[in-house]
Ligand binder design. Structure first.
Ligand SMILES: [Zn+2]
Length: 310
């Protein structure tokens, strides 16, 4: 009897400890029917379950379209809970626009509920190529073994670079504009609302990361410019808070331009890698972005290696 009481008590204690640490993303209304779900603006950890990115959803006459699936079943549940706080309508459809873990590796949670998940075929191809790296980086952040993550791809894919979907009266265009943070990253453009879900093409509030062998800085710079040509009035980024285009330009576009220009000059002047990283790391103009202390020097290093190899 005492034993049973103790185990119940301990169970409650554990539950309370877990609940106290559980991370909750912030939901922000962007237009009448579109919301951003802003995950943690920091690195992955066990509490945020890899939900250190931004996703969102569109409420239509036929139900909710969720743009992004979270990194794991637990982070998918956080997204589902965020939707339920705003509307009683069920999630009808999930769209994968990104290749990095937290944009799609929670798919299995929605597929198990028979909710279709769609994506451009080229995005899924890249997800397959990047899957092992995504599993490793994710499990390094949240714990557990890479092979234990349950990973499923979209249930329907579309060939080519563009697919228009009209769901519950809302027109949305899934478009590939060029490679970005990851090859195969796409955007979702809502022409009537002039709203774009940019995925990881835009990082707001925090510094973007140039990943070795994955993020090609010049391609990303060109893709950002194409996104800007859409002239969005509302922008939901892959990381950080929703914003206008000018804010995204300041946080991401200007930084990509700076990396390409300054590192390019350094190579023209035959400065060696170590000197270039040391000199350019001392430039503080992007210090207002979170994580800049961790990422700025690494980004310069990676950009140097890429531009040098051209
Ligand atoms: Zn990301």
């Amino acid at each position: 009897m005492m034993h049973k009481f103790l185990s119940t008590f301990l169970g409650l204690l554990l539950f309370a400890a877990h609940a106290a640490h559980a991370f909750e993303p912030t939901t922000k209304q962007v237009t009448d029917n579109v919301y951003a779900i802003v995950g943690e603006i920091d690195q992955r950890n066990p509490e945020n379950q890899g939900l250190n990115n931004t996703t969102g959803f569109i409420i239509t006459a036929d139900g909710v379209v969720l743009v992004g699936a979270g990194a794991t079943a637990d982070s998918a549940k956080m997204l589902e809970a965020a939707v339920k706080k705003v509307t009683d309508k069920p999630i009808k459809q999930v769209i994968n626009i990104g290749v990095q873990d937290h944009h799609w590796m929670g798919n299995s949670y929605f597929l198990a509920q028979k909710i279709p998940v769609v994506a451009l075929a080229r995005t899924v191809e890249s997800q397959k190529q990047q899957e092992m790296g995504n599993r490793m980086r994710l499990s390094a952040g949240i714990g557990g073994k890479p092979e234990d993550l349950k990973v499923e791809y979209a249930s329907e894919t579309f060939p080519g670079d563009e697919k228009t979907l009209t769901i519950g009266g809302v027109e949305m265009v899934l478009r590939y504009l060029g490679d970005g943070h990851f090859p195969g990253d796409a955007v979702l453009w809502l022409p009537k609302e002039k709203l774009v879900f940019t995925g990881d093409i835009v990082f707001n509030d925090r510094m973007l990361g140039v990943l070795p062998d994955i993020s090609k800085v010049k391609a990303w710079q060109a893709t950002f410019k194409k996104m800007a040509e859409l002239k969005p009035e509302h922008l939901i980024p892959g990381h950080g808070n929703p914003s206008d285009l000018a804010t995204a330009q300041k946080n991401t576009g200007d930084y990509l331009d700076w990396l390409v220009t300054e590192v390019g000059k350094s190579l023209e002047e035959m400065e060696d890698l170590g000197d270039a990283v040391k000199r350019l790391s001392a430039d503080k103009r992007f210090d207002f972005l979170q994580l800049s202390k961790d990422l700025h020097g690494r980004n310069i290093h990676q950009t140097y290696l890429q531009l040098e190899a051209e």
